[in-house]
Design a protein around this ligand. Structure first.
Ligand code: TXA
Ligand code: MG
Length: 287
């Protein structure tokens, strides 16, 4: 089991075709068996071979966005153990673009199933130092992740549906797809989730995080986007979404170790380019 860098966040990877290796990932993360894992592939050819149905839409999205921060959910081939997909007949596939991830996939010669390399519900790691050493047999160094939040997840198992927003703009996805994307509803509480990223709470620091307001009591720190009246114990976050995403988890990991009573985050602008960031903050909030 190897923790390795990707351009989105660090993953905790094992041979996607080996059921026992997959068991270890679930056990190490404390992840419920109902949450399917993303299978990382060395190339689009490998991904095609793992899909039972590879549609024209899949081909368009994959050839445009891979290698890159997009996961495609497609009907799976039997070679993928049901354990990987939480018993679902579909599998999430992605060709990452980080050179260390691609080198690992090439060396392994098998697809690698990998969730983010954190305990279930915790903050995803964007640096090797964020990965708990006890989680993996080995941690590969790849520097800070340059996208900074998890991949955009699109299901092509039915009508094309956005399961989890990321840093790829919706209009770019729809332009390449040639049709509008439906948006996923929040799944039921039990059974395999269509997308576990849709758990209402996820990606949280331990320190209570509030969005859009500062709690009235206790000592905290405020993550600001706007530049007016920046005071001490406030952190100026990048005003550009790509840079904001790149820094977000690093800042939250750091603050989480500083003993604050709360972390407050200024609400990001209500525009599409902030969708992925807003999604993660909504799930991280405790208020
Ligand atoms: O950027 C990323 O996606 C990172 C890196 C390591 O690739 N991985 C990641 O994995 O965030 P994880 O396990 O934390 O999140 C898995 C996501 C779920 O939220 C879900 O949307 C999707 O993958 N997923 C995987 N398999 C699926 C399936 N068969 N059907 C629907 N969604 C699936
Ligand atoms: Mg995760």
């Amino acid at each position: 089991m190897v923790a390795f860098p990707t351009e989105t966040v660090y993953g905790l990877g094992a041979n996607a075709l080996d059921e026992r290796a997959i068991e270890r990932i679930f056990a190490a993360k404390g992840r419920p068996a109902t949450s399917p894992l993303i299978v990382h592939c060395a190339s689009i050819e490998v991904a095609r071979g793992l899909a039972k149905v590879w549609s024209a839409e899949a081909e368009r999205l994959a050839s445009h966005f891979w290698p890159g921060p997009l996961t495609l959910v497609v009907p799976k081939q039997d070679v993928i153990p049901g354990r990987v997909t939480a018993g679902l007949p579909t599998v999430g596939l992605r060709v990452p673009r980080h050179p260390v991830a691609l080198a690992l996939l090439a060396a392994a010669g098998v697809p690698i199933a990998a969730p983010s390399a954190n305990r279930f519900m915790g903050l995803s790691p964007t640096q090797s130092a964020h990965v708990l050493p006890s989680l993996a047999d080995m941690i590969l160094e790849g520097g800070p992740s340059d996208v900074g939040i998890e991949s955009t997840v699109v299901s092509l198992a039915g009508p094309p549906t956005l399961l989890r927003p990321g840093m790829i703009p919706l209009d770019e996805l729809e332009r390449v797809l040639g049709s509008p994307l439906a948006s996923a509803a929040v799944p039921p509480e039990d059974g395999a989730h269509a997308s576990p990223g849709l758990h209402p709470q996820h990606y949280s620091p331990v320190t209570p995080l509030s969005l859009g307001q500062t709690p009235a009591t206790g000592r905290g720190v405020w993550l600001r986007i706007s530049r007016d009246g920046l005071a001490s114990e406030q952190i100026q976050m990048p005003t550009e979404p790509a840079h904001y995403a790149q820094r977000l988890y690093e800042v939250l990991h750091r603050l989480d170790h500083q003993g604050w009573d709360w972390i407050a985050v200024e609400s990001p602008p209500a525009t599409g380019e902030w969708d992925g960031i807003r999604d993660r903050l909504e799930r991280a909030r405790h208020n």
